[in-house]
Design a protein around this ligand. Structure first.
Ligand code: ADE
Length: 254
């Protein structure tokens, strides 16, 4: 059973490629796919690309061309839920496209043809990922020697692993006003969103179509506010790749 590890960022992918046994690089659909063994398990590593369409293409190629049996996504996200802070980790329970709006033909956020707005991640795979994420955040300071302390957290802050709704859309949310509005609108319709990013819901939809298990973990790089564009690159350089590496390696042991 081959597992696909889909990374949002090159930094995340390269730290995993370094651990591959028998690495083989295959180009397909303008993308590089890395085949090999990770901790004794067959894997394909790929970059999702940025945005929903790029991620859907990559996910489809992983299933159709490489025959993967499950997809695990690692990346970063903007925290929008109360208490979802930079350095925390969110394992997605389900996904919604916050820029989906076919109203008045369909209710706001409903994906036409699916009769629902939220697509659920695989329960068993998500539980394993949550366990790996919890071990990672609790050991973060000791294991990684984290030096990074953006203004929204402190050097001694205890990072948390959350489990809940994540929203995707083709927008980098970089204004507090926008993120508050988005969160309030979704909450008003009963969707308590923890984080925003730009790919996961598309991969969830592809996996739903093909009937294969999907799980996603996102490290919070920013608060989707007015400093998001500064926090995001800083976080990516310093922490995100090491989080992804440790969580994926832990998952491969399960
Ligand atoms: N990924 C990381 N931070 C994000 C943000 N603020 N908006 C969308 N995607 C993100």
């Amino acid at each position: 059973m081959t597992t696909a590890i889909l990374s949002a960022l090159p930094e995340e992918q390269s730290s995993l490629v370094d651990h591959l046994l028998h690495p083989q690089r295959v180009m397909h659909a303008g993308r590089a796919f890395w085949l090999g063994d990770l901790q004794g398990r067959p894997v394909v590593l790929a970059l999702s690309g940025i945005g929903k369409v790029a991620a859907a293409t990559t996910a489809t190629a992983l299933i159709e061309r490489f025959g993967v049996a499950r997809i695990v996504f690692t990346g970063v996200a903007g925290g929008v839920g109360d208490g979802v802070n930079v350095g925390d980790v969110v394992v997605a329970q389900d996904y919604l496209q916050h820029d989906m709006d076919a109203s008045p033909l369909f209710p706001r956020w409903e994906v036409p043809g699916y009769a629902r707005s939220r697509l659920v991640c695989d329960t068993a795979l998500s539980a394993m990922l949550l366990e790996a994420a919890r071990a990672c955040v609790s050991g973060a300071r000791g294991q990684f020697g984290l030096k990074y302390a953006p203004q929204s957290t402190s050097e001694d802050a205890l990072h948390l692993a959350h489990h809940g709704l994540v929203a995707s859309g083709d927008r980098f949310v970089s204004a507090a006003e926008e993120s508050h509005r988005l969160r309030a609108m979704l909450l008003g319709a009963g969707h308590d969103v923890l984080a925003v990013e730009m790919e996961g819901a598309a991969v969830a939809q592809v996996c739903h179509d093909y009937g294969i298990p999907f799980a996603a973990v996102r490290t919070i790089s920013d608060r989707a506010d007015d400093t998001a564009h500064v926090d995001f690159p800083l976080f990516v350089q310093t922490v995100a790749s090491r989080y992804a590496e440790h969580m994926v390696l832990a998952l491969m042991h399960k």
